[in-house]
Design a protein around this ligand. Structure first.
Ligand SMILES: [Fe+2]
Ligand SMILES: [Fe+2]
Length: 397
C-alpha cells in the first residue's frame, strides 16, 4: 500500500493517529483524537526520531518497514521520554537489536527507570552532532519543555527541527499532515490548548529553549503531535514565543459556577456591560459543563479573567474551584481579575476565590461583588462598575 509520506528527500513521516484515547494524560479531553508523530531519515545510517504510544505500535512498525524497504535502523533518537513517545521503544529494540539509542544523561536515567533499558546507548551532550551521510543531526538540550530530559534535534542539510512536544497540539491528522494541507485555525487553537495545559507552566524554560534554537535556519518544524510546519514555520515559532511570554489579547473570560442560574445571570450582566464598554472578545463559560482545559486555553489568550461562584458548603462551588486550582497550577501571569458571586446564608464562595487570588498574587481590578441569593438593583450597579474597571484596565495594555 502506497502510504509513504515524504517530507524531504530521505526524510519521512511515520506518525500515527490515535482516535481511541478519550483523555490525553488521562486528564485532557481529545474530542478529535491526537497524533504521535515520528520520523525516519534514510541515509548511509538510518535514523528513527521518537516512537509512539504502545497502543499504536502495530501501525507504527508497519510504516517503518514500508519505508526502510529491507534496510535496518542504526539509531533511535529520543527527544522525550513521556510514554506517548517512548512506549514503543522496547518493541523497536527487539525489531532492530543492533540499533543505538541516542539521548542525553537524563534520557537514559528515565529509560532505565521506566523500561529497565541500559544497553546500546549513545549519549550526546548539548551541541553534539551525528553524521548520517548526506544528513547531519545536531542536538540541543531543552530541559523542562516540559520534562527535564526534553531535547530538540536539528537536521542541518534540510533545515528541519524535530522539537518533541514543543509546537505540538491535539487533533488527529485526517489526511493532511502539513500546515498547508489542513484547517490550520483549528489546529492553532488545539496547539494553544495543549500548550496552556501541558507546557504552559514552564514558560521561562520554553523561552530559554527558543533562544537556543532561535538562531538556526529553520525551514520545517516537526513536532511530536499535530501538523508539520513546512509552509509557515515562522507562524508557530511566533505563537509559541507569545504564549510563553504570557502575552495577551484584549478580551475577558468570565467563568462561573451556578446551581439555579442566579450566579449565571450576574455573569451575563457583566458580559453585557463589557460589550457596552467596547470589549469584543468576551467568553462566558460554565465551569460545570466545560472542561477546564478549554477555559484555561481561553484565559491563555485574553488579559481579563472574571471568576464567579455560588456558595457551596460554605466554600467555592467545587466545579469552579477545580478551574481555579488548575489555573494556579499553571502559574498564570500578566492577567487581571474580577470576582463576583452569591451566598444563601453564611457565605464563603467569594471569600474562597479571593483567598486564591491573594495567594497567587494575582491583580484584582475592583472589589468583589457578592449578593445574597440573587442580584438586586444596587448590586447590578456594582457589577457594572466591576465591568467598567475591567474594561479600563485591559485597554491600558
Ligand atoms: Fe510530553
Ligand atoms: Fe507528547
Amino acid at each position: 500500500m502506497d502510504t509513504i509520506l515524504k517530507i524531504t528527500d530521505g526524510i519521512y513521516y511515520v506518525g500515527v493517529n490515535d482516535r481511541d484515547t478519550h483523555l490525553f494524560e488521562n486528564m485532557w479531553p481529545l474530542p478529535k483524537g491526537v497524533t504521535y508523530n515520528s520520523y525516519i531519515i534514510k541515509d548511509e545510517k538510518n535514523v528513527l526520531i521518537d516512537t509512539v504510544k504502545i497502543s499504536k505500535v502495530n501501525a507504527f512498525i508497519e510504516k517503518i518497514y514500508d519505508i526502510l524497504d529491507g534496510g535496518k535502523l542504526d539509531y533511535l533518537v529520543i527527544n522525550h521520554m513521556e510514554p506517548d513517545h517512548s512506549g514503543a521503544i522496547e518493541t523497536i529494540m527487539h525489531e532492530f537489536p543492533e540499533m543505538k539509542i541516542v539521548g542525553n544523561k537524563k534520557t537514559f536515567e528515565f529509560l532505565k527507570a521506566l523500561y529497565d533499558i541500559e544497553d546500546n546507548l549513545y549519549e550526546i551532550k548539548d551541541g553534539d552532532e551525528i553524521d548520517l551521510g548526506k544528513h547531519k543531526l545536531k542536538f540541543f538540550l531543552t530541559p523542562m519543555v516540559h520534562w527535564p530530559e526534553t531535547m530538540m534535534t536539528y537536521e542541518i542539510t534540510d533545515k528541519i527541527i524535530f522539537t518533541g512536544d514543543a509546537f505540538g497540539g491535539f487533533g488527529s491528522l485526517d489526511g493532511g499532515v502539513f500546515d498547508d494541507e489542513v484547517d490550520i485555525e483549528y489546529y492553532e487553537n488545539e496547539i494553544r490548548r495543549y500548550y496552556s495545559n501541558i507546557v504552559g507552566k514552564f514558560g521561562p524554560m520554553v523561552q530559554r529553549a527558543m533562544k537556543k534554537v532561535g538562531g538556526l535556519d529553520i525551514e520545517i518544524v516537526a513536532p511530536t503531535h499535530g501538523p508539520v510546519w513546512r509552509s509557515n514555520p515562522g507562524r508557530i515559532l511566533e505563537l509559541y514565543d507569545k504564549w510563553s511570554k504570557y502575552e495577551t489579547e484584549e478580551g475577558v473570560v468570565i467563568v462561573y459556577g451556578t446551581m439555579y442560574g442566579n450566579t449565571e445571570k450576574m455573569a451575563d450582566y457583566i458580559a453585557r456591560c463589557l460589550a457596552d464598554e467596547g470589549i469584543k472578545n468576551i467568553r462566558v463559560m460554565n465551569s460545570s459543563n466545560t472542561h477546564e482545559s478549554y477555559i484555561i486555553n481561553e484565559i491563555w489568550r485574553f488579559k481579563g479573567v472574571i471568576l464567579g461562584t455560588n456558595t457551596y458548603n460554605n466554600d467555592i462551588f467545587p466545579p469552579m474551584e477545580k478551574v481555579i486550582i488548575n489555573l494556579a497550577h499553571k502559574g498564570i501571569k500578566n492577567r487581571v481579575f474580577g470576582v463576583f458571586g452569591t451566598y444563601g446564608w453564611s457565605g464563603g464562595g467569594v471569600k474562597g476565590i479571593v483567598e486564591y487570588i491573594n495567594k497567587n498574587k494575582w491583580e484584582m481590578v475592583a472589589d468583589p461583588v457578592e449578593v445574597q441569593f440573587s442580584a438586586k438593583e444596587e448590586s447590578y450597579e456594582k457589577l457594572r462598575e466591576l465591568a467598567k474597571a475591567m474594561a479600563k484596565r485591559i485597554k491600558e495594555n
